[in-house]
Design a protein around this ligand. Structure first.
Ligand code: ATP
Ligand code: MG
Length: 256
């Protein structure tokens, strides 16, 4: 896809290419500016709603339900704004300056505990299989977001008591992060579109669970910035496996 676009751009006159690049920058700036401007008003509304919800609202019971819904929707909007800001930052083509050696197994353990909290009463069986000495060189916050998005999706789209297996290992010199679930699965026609912004197989279901449809778009951009790839295998009704493949140049072994 990427090489296709590059081939088309290469065949166009330079003025047209410049114009397209200018429009693309305008689009990115617009999204970033709007998201940034929405941040403060949303924080204020969120704060006031929390104050209201902390009051004794017994006499005004009908209001409590309304305030709770407003609070929930404010959280959704905040989540959306944060994800849009993160995406704009990832798209900005600025190079990562703060890359470091990341002990992936430690990071995955933290995310796994968060996943267990998210799973809560659904009681998923979450198992972690990691090579503890295998280190990845990259941007920690971006990679944390990538791992969490894929793991939290597995929880969200796997019915109660389902299995989620998380792997981190090296094979043929490359690093493999893989999440296998026994969830609802994805029909093959949707798979190529999953990393597009706001693409959801079932928008109503995703929205109900607080989804913004930006998670896998973030994953795609983080992987691009780490010269890495995403592979998605899925069988409808049986489950999915999301695999990120990191190049040899980013892999190190912890010296003991
Ligand atoms: N493990 C999975 N099993 C089944 N469907 C999945 C899985 N992961 C993602 N999907 C599908 O891909 C869509 C896009 O995922 P994405 O993470 O981008 O958005 P989301 O989960 O809806 O919202 P959020 O922005 O909160 O992550 C989802 O709406 C869902 O339909
Ligand atoms: Mg998601």
């Amino acid at each position: 896809m990427k090489s296709n676009i590059q081939e088309i751009l290469a065949s166009l006159p330079p003025q047209v290419v410049n114009h397209i690049q200018h429009l693309e920058r305008m689009r990115q700036d617009f999204v970033a500016n709007v998201s940034h401007e929405l941040r403060t008003p949303l924080t204020v509304i969120h704060g006031y709603l929390e104050t209201l919800l902390n009051q004794d609202l017994d006499e005004t019971k009908q209001w409590k339900k309304i305030f709770l819904q407003m609070h929930q929707q404010t959280l959704r909007m905040e989540n959306l704004v944060e994800n849009l800001l993160l995406l704009s930052q990832l798209e900005s083509h600025e190079e990562n300056k703060i890359e470091k050696e990341i002990i992936v197994s430690d990071l995955l353990e933290i995310i796994c505990n968060e996943a267990k909290e998210l799973s809560n009463e659904s009681n998923h069986q979450i198992k972690l299989y990691t090579d503890k000495n295998l280190i990845l060189i990259g941007h920690e916050a971006e990679l944390r977001s990538l791992f969490s998005n894929i793991i939290f999706n597995a929880i969200k789209y796997t019915p109660a008591h389902g299995r989620i297996d998380i792997y981190w290992h090296k094979q043929d010199k490359q690093g493999y992060f893989s999440v296998k679930d026994t969830g609802i699965g994805i029909a093959s026609e949707h798979i190529p579109k999953l990393t597009e912004r706001f693409y959801r197989v079932d928008p109503a279901r995703s929205r109900d669970s607080g989804g913004t449809g930006l998670g896998l778009a973030i994953v795609k951009h983080v992987l691009l910035r780490h010269q890495s790839q995403l592979d998605i295998q899925s069988v409808l009704g049986k489950g999915s496996t999301f695999t990120c493949i990191f190049p040899e140049s980013r892999m190190r072994y912890l010296s003991i």
